[in-house]
Design a protein. Structure first.
Length: 304
C-alpha cells in the first residue's frame, strides 16, 4: 500500500481543531473525518470537511473493541497525553492523588460503563483497546477517560487529568474527571464489589484534593449530559451509598450553587432555608455587587 503524506487535524470531542500534524498515513481509518484529497507529486493534502462532534457515546461496541484489540500500540504513542500502563488499588490511589496539582479546575466525577461484557475484561489489554478505538477510530489525541477500573478493582491510569477528557460532550467534559467501569452495566453486568470499592476510594481522593470536599453533587452520570443509558441500571444515590459504605469521610452538607452547569459557590442551610452567596451569584450574572457597611445592605446593579 502506498503511503499518504499530508496535513491532518486532530479534533476534540466538541469538533474543535486541537492540533495539526503531518506525516505518513499507512491506511486504515483516519478517524471520523471526511477528507478532500488532492494529488500533487504523490503528496496528498487532507482537509477536514466535517468536524467530528462527540454528541455520541464515547464507549465502543463489543465488536469495535474486538476490531481494535489486535493492533499493538507503539511505545512512542503512549505517555504524551496519558499514563496508560500505570495502575493503583483502592489502598494506593489516595497517596498518588494527594497534593498533585492540575493545570485546570475540576469539580466533579462523571461515571461511565464501557458497554463491553465484563467477561471480556482483560485489564490493561482492555484499557489499551479503548485507547486504540478512541485514537485510531475516533481521531482523538488519546483515550477519552481519565481512569478505567477493571472488574478486579485495579484503577488504570488513562488520559492525564490535566487535559480535558472526551467522554461526556460539551456540557460534561469541562470541569470533570471521566471514570469508566469495565462491564456492560446497562444490560447484564453489574459492578463488582472490587469496582465499587475502587471507585469509592478514587472519588474520595478526587473530592478531597480537587472538588472542595466530598459532596453528593460531585458524582455525576454520563446520561446527565448526553442521550445514553450510561453508566447503567443504578442511580447516583446508589453510587453515593457505595462511597458512604466504605467508611470514607462524611459528606459536606453544603449544597452547591450551579449556574449554567458551573459551580459558583456553596449555599448555606439554616433552619430549613437556603441562603445563596449573593456576591458570587451577582458577579456570575454580570451584575455589579455593592455592600454598604453602615446600612448592612447589598445592592445589585446592571453594569453599563
Amino acid at each position: 500500500m502506498s503511503e499518504i503524506f499530508g496535513l491532518f487535524g486532530n479534533f476534540s470531542e466538541d469538533g474543535e481543531l486541537e492540533e495539526t500534524y503531518s506525516g505518513p498515513y499507512r491506511g486504515g481509518s483516519v478517524g471520523e473525518f471526511s477528507m478532500s484529497l488532492a494529488l500533487a507529486d504523490n503528496v496528498y493534502l487532507g482537509e477536514a470537511l466535517e468536524d467530528w462532534s462527540a454528541e455520541e457515546s464515547a464507549e465502543p461496541s463489543a465488536e469495535e473493541i474486538e476490531a481494535f484489540n489486535t493492533p499493538v500500540i507503539a511505545a512512542s504513542a503512549l505517555g504524551r497525553y496519558d499514563i496508560i500502563g500505570h495502575s493503583w488499588t483502592k489502598d494506593t490511589i489516595g497517596a498518588y492523588i494527594q497534593g498533585r496539582s492540575l493545570d485546570r479546575k475540576v469539580w466533579m466525577t462523571v461515571l461511565h460503563n464501557s458497554a463491553t461484557p465484563a467477561s471480556s475484561d482483560k485489564g490493561l489489554a482492555t484499557v489499551k483497546s479503548f485507547y486504540n478505538y478512541h485514537v485510531h477510530n475516533r481521531g482523538w489525541k488519546s483515550i477519552g477517560y481519565h481512569w478505567v477500573i477493571d472488574k478486579h478493582g485495579s484503577i488504570h491510569g488513562a488520559r492525564i487529568m490535566d487535559i480535558t477528557g472526551a467522554h461526556a460532550g460539551r456540557k460534561g467534559n469541562p470541569g470533570s474527571i471521566g471514570v469508566c467501569l469495565i462491564g456492560n452495566h446497562e444490560k447484564n453486568d453489574t459492578p463488582t464489589q472490587a469496582q465499587k470499592d475502587a471507585l469509592s476510594a478514587l472519588h474520595v481522593a478526587l473530592s478531597e484534593n480537587y472538588y472542595g470536599g466530598l459532596k453528593p453533587s460531585r458524582m455525576r452520570f454520563h446520561r446527565e449530559f448526553m442521550s445514553t443509558g450510561c453508566p447503567g441500571k443504578f442511580s447516583v444515590d446508589e453510587v453515593n451509598g457505595w462511597i458512604k459504605s466504605t467508611g470514607g469521610p462524611a459528606y459536606d452538607g453544603k449544597p452547591d450553587v450551579i449556574l449554567d452547569g458551573k459551580k459558583i459557590g456553596d449555599a448555606l442551610l439554616v433552619e430549613g432555608r437556603t441562603y445563596l452567596p449573593v456576591r458570587a451569584l451577582g458577579e456570575a450574572l454580570g451584575l455589579e455587587v455593592q455592600w454598604n457597611e453602615q446600612t448592612k445592605e447589598v445592592t445589585l446593579k446592571r453594569k453599563d
